[in-house]
Design a binder for this molecule. Sequence first.
Ligand SMILES: Cc1cc2nc3c(=O)[nH]c(=O)nc-3n(C[C@H](O)[C@H](O)[C@H](O)COP(=O)(O)OP(=O)(O)OC[C@H]3O[C@@H](n4cnc5c(N)ncnc54)[C@H](O)[C@@H]3O)c2cc1C
Length: 397
Amino acid sequence: MRSSSAKRRAETAVKAVEASFDAAVLGAGLAGSSLAGALAGKGWRTLLLDRQTFPRHKVCGEFLSPEAQSTLQALGLYETVAALKPCLIPQTRMVFDGGAELGLELPGTAWGLSRYELDGALHRAAGQAGAVLETGTAVTAIYPGADGYIIEAKRSGKPVRYRARTVIAAWGANAGPGLPGFRPQPRGRRAYLGVKSHFRGLEIEPAVEMYFFRGGYLGLCPVGDGTVNAAALLEQGAFAKGSRSVTAYLEEAAGRNPKLALRLAGAVPVEGTQAAVAPVRLAVRPRTWDTVPLLGDAAAMIAPLCGGGMSMALRSSALCAPLADRYLQGDIDIAGWEREYAHAVRSEFDGPLRLGGMLQGLLGMPAAAGLAKAAAMLAPGLAQGLVRATRLKPFRT
Ligand SMILES: Cc1cc2nc3c(=O)[nH]c(=O)nc-3n(C[C@H](O)[C@H](O)[C@H](O)COP(=O)(O)OP(=O)(O)OC[C@H]3O[C@@H](n4cnc5c(N)ncnc54)[C@H](O)[C@@H]3O)c2cc1C
């Protein structure tokens, strides 16, 4: 039951609504843009909102795991992304802080490509399909209105409002308090910081290199044009506090793994590509609905060391798009959509999320981490199996 003040607010908002849509997708990362493109492609009037302006550099390892390609096919985006000429990555190399190394074949060929390019390509595809993209527009509230929802947002400090029959939240893991999908940092849970920078002057094999050290790990991934992306997940309590540059964090991380220090010695950070995000909230169970459907990191963020977050974001979109379409056509009701989406996501994501959480936890405990490294060195077949088990299965229609 809505309070009378909420009702009054909704009625006032309706009078000031800027535009009406069938679907409003909140957040124009990979999950949001791919869903907006899919719905617009079905002929629905689709709005895609993001608080940031684009293109932008984003904290991400920029390693698109092999199974993402089948999801891109299902979303009709394979050619769009392949046209960016991603680096082909068939293997991973892990370098532990004691210097031990382990090379593993990936279960397929992954792609290395910059989020600056990738997100832009998905925006263009969504626009070509007919979606309306509004950037620099931060959503501040959603509430039920006549025949759907009212969305309140701010653009250049000014309030704007939209009406949509349905709303889908794809705004990453850090939805603000009061917004669907908001997750407070659980007490006692480790808090993480993510940082990234592109580098030049770094020779790299077609492989993703993972360096582990006390308090975190860092991945190096070739992203084309002689550029290598470095992204690190750092435990906040294990690194010096205070306002520091991304480069300073990367230097401190390199100081904890001699082989990483050697690797980055001659590398030059590319100006303007640095980004940081905190807190990074990892999930071991997906949450698919909170008043509205949740997609991508808003539903669940897997430990970055699995390199599967982008793949899951795209997969959640591919799972949600046909249900949203059926809902808009009147073929299913909202309860059916919620049930079917939750079932589809849980059956695909539960296993990788659980395993990702376990691996992330192991790395945080020095004794267990030592054992895990030893086991991986002694039984590369087991490690290979683990890498495979953190992956989604190829997309099936
Ligand atoms: C250190 C690190 C390394 C990683 N490395 C990898 C990797 O190598 N491979 C991989 O697959 N994954 C990796 N990930 C995870 C990956 O980046 C995410 O899983 C992926 O970006 C999720 O996509 P998304 O579309 O759900 O969210 P995002 O890409 O985060 O997009 C969400 C969008 O919502 C917008 N938004 C937020 N709030 C609002 C609001 N109120 N109003 C309007 N817009 C809003 C944001 O501006 C943002 O553009 C890594 C993550 C970290 C932290």
